[in-house]
Design a protein around this ligand. Structure first.
Ligand code: SF4
Length: 702
């Protein structure tokens, strides 16, 4: 049981970017129960297995961090300290490091789990007052390639469509995503639409025959890294077969001639051979897209988490632009957000390369607007260190202190041996988290216990730009505090209380909303009061404004001149090459019932039953060459490290490719289950998103 007021509360699921509405009931004894909110437009009462079991994660507090803890030396045990001592220590150490090494010697690494108000505060604190842009988030690992591509193609990081478009579309192309497991409620809507309308077509692009691919009309089981070749081939097929919208291209886009010239250089047959699929299947996909009235592409980490992630995104977005299937009901390129509030974080500018409300960091006028709003003289104009760069900088001694909020990089960041060595080099590590089981806690000097879902209020924005309010239902355990409160106490300890003085979380939201005024994501018409009654899709510029389900309905894009840009991107894959020693391509991903590093979902017995142990998915032909049988213990290795798991043989995966789930860390009893022991510290040069989907490995019997 948890303490708090008895009653029924509205909130939003804290797992994925679908953003399902939930009703939480709290009885007299403090027992919690959850149900899908039948009135919520996203999920209409439905919840997936993770959402349905959320109350167990809230009620089981056996792992919770209950009070601040500190140790001077990481070889020593932690001692319990007061919040006052904790803030005194944090502020004192940060001040010393900044005085000696400058503001860029410290950094904050936060999470797409953070609420928008938390993002807003930490961003203001770091960029406005510490004077560094070293604030990045695990959203960098998730969808920064989509953000960069939207900006390059459409002029701004703006998802054009909405979930209502699902029921209006004729053809879906799902690429590098398994929404049947990872965005289940959204996929349920696609399935229901398809069940009712037999003409609706589903194309899935994935090296694995996932649950999503299993219900597709066409599964293009490509080799990892060949995505751009495929999308260029589809573009060529659409052009050659007269499926492009020439008036739309002429009036509303630029760059088509370059794309046409580029894609004509390779035949569909050649492309099919490179991708490892049938030529006739490419042609079939061209027809499905070409003959559709409404065409939606949906994608997630399979495209984003790549050293050429931005190129993959741009090549896919091209298909919507050349067919004119954007800004219309039932059409548009739709990036599926992983984390629940990755989009809210970007609205607040909570990344090393962004400013609030999609302002441009390189634009002095934009920096000045924000500086004036925050009451400071200027903001730094050089992009800060991104997620993986922070660990490299710690290792090299360029960064001395890191403050980690609500994320567990010692499982989720690539090349973990490098990241662990980096953490050991750090002079000061603060971990602000709810769970003592987060692997990162063991690297901390200072541990701050944070409140979690249901224990704090605030807002989030889902994949369709929908902003929702999350209620506080229960009191946090022990001395745990909401993240906003911790950040405000730190600001006060640093001497900045005049600029961080708020009566409520609603006040923080109003300040954030005020900074969006007259921008393209203007939400100045929103307040906590309004959001407690309903959810809204941005922009919402006025207090009577109902919100904006679809963008670009006038075909005016956000580049100067109003035209969208078609990009003829190179199609070579720049991932690390396979070699004789490491001939297999490792791709990593998620399973249905676990979430990220399992600190929350790993507590629920019902969720553990689906897939209780980590495994390696491998094609029987690759296994036979290595005398591996189904269920054998295997070691997956490369120069960076190794993983020991059980082999699961299946022809659902393409030959030459192996798959590991990314969830397991020390919770599996050993750091040898961590998929990121093997992944490289290689990033897309534009988005800085790591390449989790292509590591060269070898597999052997253990
Ligand atoms: Fe939560 Fe996503 Fe499942 Fe909805 S689909 S209940 S948001 S995990």
């Amino acid at each position: 049981a948890v303490s708090g007021e008895e009653g029924s509360y509205r909130t939003t699921c804290c797992y994925c970017g679908v953003g399902c509405g939930i009703r939480v009931h709290r009885d007299k004894s403090g027992k919690l129960s959850v149900e899908g909110d039948p009135a919520y437009p996203v999920n209409r009462g439905m919840l997936c297995s993770k959402g349905m079991n959320l109350h167990y994660t809230a009620m089981d507090r056996s792992d919770r961090l209950l009070y601040p803890q500190y140790r001077n030396d990481r070889a020593a045990p932690f001692s319990r300290i007061s919040w006052e001592q904790a803030m005194h220590t944090a502020a004192g150490t940060f001040r010393e490091i900044i005085a000696e090494h400058g503001p860029d010697a410290v950094g904050f690494y936060v999470s797409g789990q953070c609420l928008t108000e938390e993002y807003y505060l930490v961003n203001k604190l770091v960029k406005g007052f510490i004077g560094s842009n070293n604030i990045d988030t695990n959203s960098r690992l998730c969808m920064s390639s989509a953000v960069s591509a939207y900006k390059m193609a459409l002029g701004e990081d703006s998802v054009p469509g909405c979930y209502e478009d699902i029921e209006l579309a004729d053809t879906f192309l799902i690429a590098g995503a398994n929404p049947a497991w990872c965005h289940p409620i959204l996929f349920r809507r696609i399935e229901a639409h398809k069940e009712k309308n037999h003409a609706v077509k589903l194309i899935v692009v994935d090296p694995r025959r996932t649950q999503t691919a299993a219900v597709a009309d066409l599964h293009l089981q490509i080799m990892p890294g060949t995505d751009i070749v495929l999308y260029h081939a589809l573009a060529r097929g659409l052009i050659e077969n007269g499926f492009v919208d020439e008036p739309f291209i002429r009036e509303h886009t630029e760059g088509f001639a370059e794309l046409k010239e580029h894609v004509m250089q390779r035949s569909l047959q050649e492309a099919a051979a490179i991708c490892g699929i049938r030529f006739t299947d490419i042609y079939k996909a061209v027809k499905y897209i070409g003959f559709s009235g409404g065409f939606i592409s949906l994608w997630a980490m399979g495209l984003n988490q790549s050293v050429v992630g931005v190129g993959k995104n741009l090549a896919l977005i091209n298909l919507s632009l050349i067919t004119g299937k954007i800004g219309k009901p039932g059409s548009g390129p739709f990036s599926l957000t992983g984390q629940p509030n990755a989009m809210g974080g970007r609205e607040a500018g909570g990344m090393a390369t962004l400013l609030p409300a999609h302002r441009d960091m390189s634009n002095p006028a934009h920096r000045q607007e924000v500086a004036r709003y925050w009451g400071v003289s200027s903001l730094p104009g050089t992009p800060g260190l991104t997620a993986t760069e922070m660990f490299t900088a710690l290792k090299a001694g360029r960064m001395k202190a890191i403050w980690i909020i609500g994320t567990n990089p010692m499982v989720s960041i690539p090349d973990l041996s490098l990241a662990e060595a980096a953490m050991q080099e750090a002079a000061f590590v603060v971990v602000q988290d709810m769970s003592s089981r987060a692997d990162t806690v063991s690297h901390a000097h200072l541990v701050l216990p944070a409140a979690t879902w249901l224990e704090k209020e605030g807002t989030m924005t889902n994949s369709e730009r929908r902003i929702s309010y999350l209620s506080r239902v229960a009191d946090p355990p022990g001395e745990a505090l909401p993240d906003t409160e911790i950040l405000l106490r730190f600001a006060q300890a640093m001497g900045w209380e005049k600029h961080f003085s708020y009566d409520s979380v609603a006040d923080i939201y109003s300040e954030h909303a005020g900074l969006t005024r007259d921008t393209r994501i203007d939400i100045s018409g929103l307040s906590h009061e309004r959001l407690k009654k309903s959810s809204f899709q941005w922009p919402v510029p006025g207090e009577a404004d109902p919100g904006t389900p679809r963008l670009f309905t006038d075909y005016r894009f956000y580049h100067p001149g109003g035209k969208a840009r078609i990009h003829a991107v190179p199609d070579e894959n720049l991932s690390e090459p396979v070699t004789e020693a490491c001939p297999l391509v490792l791709t990593t991903g998620r399973i249905r019932d676990q979430w990220h590093t399992m600190t929350r979902s790993g507590k629920v017995n019902k969720l553990k039953q689906h897939i209780p142990h980590p495994f390696l998915e491998m094609h029987p032909a690759d296994a036979a060459k290595r005398n591996i049988r189904d269920g054998d213990p295997v070691v997956v290795s490369n120069a960076r490290g190794c993983v020991q798991v059980t082999a699961q043989l299946t022809d659902r995966i393409k030959k030459g490719v192996v798959f590991l789930p990314m969830h397991w860390g020390k919770l599996a009893g050993s750091s040898l289950a961590r998929a990121n022991n093997l992944t490289p510290n290689l990033v897309d040069p534009v988005s800085k998103e790591p390449d989790f989907k292509f590591s060269a490995v070898e597999v052997a019997l253990y």
